[in-house]
Design a protein around this ligand. Structure first.
Ligand SMILES: Cc1cc2nc3c(=O)[nH]c(=O)nc-3n(C[C@H](O)[C@H](O)[C@H](O)COP(=O)(O)O)c2cc1C
Length: 169
């Protein structure tokens, strides 16, 4: 049981998801590794994988989708996801459902953590110019967020990690 090998892996563009990954990693007291998704060929050899990514245009980006589709079969996975929208946003549920659908039907999903992260200025600038009023609204709201994920969210991620670990040891 104590030889369990646990991986924390993540995709990130602006480091919000990396901050959550590092918080989760800190909570693991077993044999552990932390790697960017791009550094991995597959998920072989790990009994549990914490897998993180941002929501990009209403779901995981194509690289993340492809990686999960190819490598999640028969794995125990806990997902952690960051997004620019507040956690209470009505938009969020379908994006999280879409994220889960990227897993193989044989994957054992142990849990899903999600939290708000700052939205990069280049995204805000891009969305501000959109013809779509929903995207312009998203840009306006996103420019008000600062310093996310904050300490409270980081601590929630640590709680999540402990809860997942309690399911396997
Ligand atoms: C191209 C792009 C598209 C995005 N689309 C969404 C979106 O649909 N909904 C949302 O809530 N946030 C969206 N975001 C914001 C990111 O999900 C958020 O900033 C996230 O925390 C970034 O994580 P990272 O720093 O690990 O890359 C988008 C960001 C980018 C770069």
């Amino acid at each position: 049981m104590f030889n369990l090998k646990i991986l924390v892996t993540y995709f990130t563009k602006t480091n919000n998801t990396k901050k959550i990954a590092e918080a989760i990693y800190e909570e693991i007291e077993l044999n552990k590794e932390i790697k960017k998704m791009e550094e991995l060929d597959n998920l072989n050899g790990y009994e549990l994988v914490f897998f993180g990514f941002p929501i990009e245009t209403y779901g995981p980006n194509q690289e993340v989708r492809d990686f999960l589709k190819k490598n999640s079969a028969n794995k125990k996975i806990a997902l952690f996801i960051t997004h620019g929208s507040p956690e209470f946003s009505d938009f969020l549920a379908p994006w999280l459902e879409e994220s889960k659908r990227c897993l193989d039907s044989s994957t054992e999903l142990l849990g899903l953590f999600n939290c708000q992260g700052d939205v990069a200025q280049f995204v805000i600038d891009h969305l501000s110019k959109s013809d779509n009023p929903t995207l312009r609204y998203f840009a306006q709201e996103s420019s008000k967020i600062r310093g996310q994920p904050d300490e409270t969210r980081i601590n929630s991620a640590k709680d999540f990690a402990r809860e997942i670990l309690s399911k396997i040891v």
